[in-house]
Ligand binder design. Sequence first.
Ligand SMILES: Cc1cc2nc3c(=O)[nH]c(=O)nc-3n(C[C@H](O)[C@H](O)[C@H](O)COP(=O)(O)OP(=O)(O)OC[C@H]3O[C@@H](n4cnc5c(N)ncnc54)[C@H](O)[C@@H]3O)c2cc1C
Length: 631
Amino acid sequence: MVKRDFEAASMGSRGFKSKSAKAHMDNGAIPANISTVSKTDTVIIGNGPSALALSYLLHGNEPWYSPSEPHPDSVLHRKLLKKVGLSPLSDSQQDVRLYDVLRTPNDCDDITCHFPASVSMSYSTAALPLNTLLDTLLRPLADVDMEESISRVGWRKTNSDIVPHVILGEELKAGGQWAGDEVWFGDEDDEESDNGLKTLSYADLLSLPGYSLGDHYKQKYHKDMDPYYRPTRRLVAEYYATYPRKVGIEDVLFPGTSVTNVEKINDNSGFNFLVSIKLKSKSGSTSHEAHVIRCRNVVLGTGIFSHRIPPPPVFAPFFESRLDTTEKLRDDNPENTLTTGQLPLLVVGSGYTAADAILCNQGKRPIVHVYRWDPEERPSPLRGCHPQAYPGYAGVYRQMKDAVLKKQSATNEIYQGFPNAVVTETRADGTVKLSMKSEDGTFHETFIRVADIEVCIGRRGRLDYLAPALCKEIGIKNIDYSNMESPNNARESQLPLTLARTVTSSRRYSTRSRKPMLHPTTSGTAGKVWVRYSSLRERVERNIEVTPNVFIIGSLTGDSLVRFAMGGCVYSAGRIISNNVPIIDSSDSSTAASETSSISESEEPQKLFDGRYYSEMLGCFILLLHSSGVF
Ligand SMILES: Cc1cc2nc3c(=O)[nH]c(=O)nc-3n(C[C@H](O)[C@H](O)[C@H](O)COP(=O)(O)OP(=O)(O)OC[C@H]3O[C@@H](n4cnc5c(N)ncnc54)[C@H](O)[C@@H]3O)c2cc1C
């Protein structure tokens, strides 16, 4: 077991120069005291579920395998014990610290190499073996029987393996993507009713260590959660926002901080990374206040869903004037007999996001749906949604299919589907021209007038915040958006839209405010590093530590489901803990860091000028989604 100097723990989990000052909130949202942290061991970028889980580990909560209740896979059980020199026969009461069995990528290969051929268990072949390993240890047999799925991992609090770190995340609350506007889509009703948008996963598969979603449910509703419960997104967002306080990791959380640059420097101290940040105001814009943190390890947990793919240029005339459209409609109809509520909403897309937009507007206004329909070659992910498990998604899919078969939809809502139609023109007044191919092969056009348009053609993450040299070292190509949409790459995004020229705008849209938002890390930048589930996959298959001291966690690994986040977190934490040595305050002694750094420790927090560079139901279905790259 790795022992470290207790001094590090006593300095607090943030680390160097961390003051005990309570988080001061600017506009009730932004903790101003990030400026008190100029140096720390590890910076975690992104405040999603994986970042929170990693922070739990770095706070000294160690994962232990308990052989007294062996994992149902006896081969796995034996391998875990043997890895640390224990005998499955004589040492069956001795717990195994998981960090000790996962020291190198080879360790993981050794332990998991039998997974594909296992007859006793059915393991995911889509997820990284490392992530599958932790998933099965935390929830053995979850895909077969949730009620019988009892964790084989115990958590022990230690004072020795605490690593100073901070979590920097753009969202103003903990929870990453769950904290943002992008998961909402309209109003959600009470959790106990069936009206809110439900998650695809069962609640337990969204739980983090130390305080589960079941715990949160019990605290809120004073009763036990059903093991096959699918919570609303609202409840999950609330759970992740509450989690840090419940497990005592809120001291390292800095919401509303946008990382604008990560740069590697040559330094003998080992503190070789400079992480530049800007603060975000409650309105979503970034302030000019900027700050640099120096660290030894950088963990990239920024996900692959932070940005909706911008609408193609054919939609520009409509979107550019959208804010005026309501006014215009009123002018055209002085008696206000025609309201935007009576005009349809145009939804473009064939995936979950499009279905969410439809479900949230059903019954409120007519819906025109333009979507790709190619069940043989590129089926909609909605096709796999069982009507009993996912009535909403299955219902949308049925409407889409009925429109193809030219059947009248059996629902009460007004829904008009245009399979394989192409939007060829949009106008400021809400007029949209659609081009469609008839059965005889001829094209015909139709005009509709809409109140609003939702272009739901997929999401991407971005790694613009990595300096080009670091991108190169990690092996991330600076993929241009237009390349991302090439026929070979695009999935949900490959729709029959006019994609002659792609929008290079940095806007993303808040579904709540309906106003275009300017993404803080992209304004004024030339390079855009778009990432999807496959972008870093090859690298992380070799090693989660993609280059020395740089780790990838969460959906960036290509395993986007929360259930698969723990493997990367446990491995990274083990590595970070074993590398960690106490940080010495430069006011006590002249550390190598302060002597050799190009940034002096004695200086007040660094001000940035233009110093930046460019810039996933359960079981088979969920694994299917996962393997298809939908999540
Ligand atoms: C609509 C939808 C529904 C989903 N439903 C499920 C489900 O039911 N079950 C499931 O398991 N998974 C689901 N997922 C998958 C999702 O990937 C995971 O739930 C999870 O959120 C991934 O966590 P993460 O830690 O990778 O980070 P994320 O939650 O993706 O968070 C990363 C955060 O980093 C922030 N960030 C990006 N760049 C920067 C920067 N430069 N500086 C600071 N912060 C930055 C982003 O804004 C984001 O808030 C769903 C995804 C979507 C889009």
